[in-house]
Design a protein. Structure first.
Length: 210
């Protein structure tokens, strides 16, 4: 089994990265071979609308725009599991996350009938990290993010999502104009809840990579 793990956060050593590293360990615990990618290190852009993937006679499920993302897309489509973590900015995943999804899903989408050209099966785990509390996520974000989650159904596998809420953003809030947040409350949440989030990420990584 092959699992591709993607950190779609600009930070390599903070909440999202820790969640994805835990998910990777979960995948490895069931024997999966894993590849970990920091997406912000990859030089790429979103879909260029070249439409080569829609040309008659061209191999399907392949992004033909040659940059550093196209071989990653090939490795994703050859994997059994895809685990992606992204911060939520203004209620949406990061721009790099969106650019990846444009390229990955568009090349498997049929413009003849709206079906998927992809004949394999890739289980997908999505992890959202955010400053917002869980209730706000449930009330104001969950339904909108479900639209993005639907796109992964074109990969024919199980799609699981998990929100990591009310995260701590910086180690010392007193250095920033962030008076709307309580460092004490954030640290309490980090101590009491974040270990549970790491454990859940481990379990999801393991379950989807079996």
């Amino acid at each position: 089994m092959k699992t591709v793990v993607i950190n779609a956060s600009p930070r390599k050593k903070w909440n999202t990265a820790e969640i994805m590293q835990s998910a990777q360990k979960g995948a490895e615990s069931v024997g999966a071979e894993t590849e970990y990618i920091n997406l912000y290190d990859v030089d790429f852009k979103g879909c260029r609308s070249c439409l080569v993937c829609k040309l008659k006679g061209k191999e399907k499920c392949k992004c033909y725009w040659r940059d550093n993302l196209s071989p990653i897309i090939e490795r994703i489509l050859a994997a059994d599991t895809l685990l992606i973590g992204t911060p939520i900015y203004f209620g949406e995943p990061t721009a790099e996350f969106r650019a990846l999804i444009e390229r990955l899903i568009f090349c498997v989408l049929s413009y003849d009938d709206g079906s998927s050209y992809f004949t394999g099966k890739i289980n997908v785990g999505l992890f959202y990290t955010m400053n917002a509390p869980l209730q706000f996520f449930e009330d104001s974000m969950k339904d909108n993010l479900a639209k993005t989650e639907f796109l992964f159904s074109f990969l024919n596998g199980e799609v699981t999502s998990y929100p990591v809420c009310d995260t701590i953003q910086v180690s010392d809030y007193s250095k920033f104009n962030m008076a709307g947040f309580s460092q004490e409350a954030k640290e309490k949440q980090w101590i009491l809840q974040f270990p549970k989030d790491l454990e859940k990420a481990f379990k999801i990584g393991a379950e989807l990579s079996k």
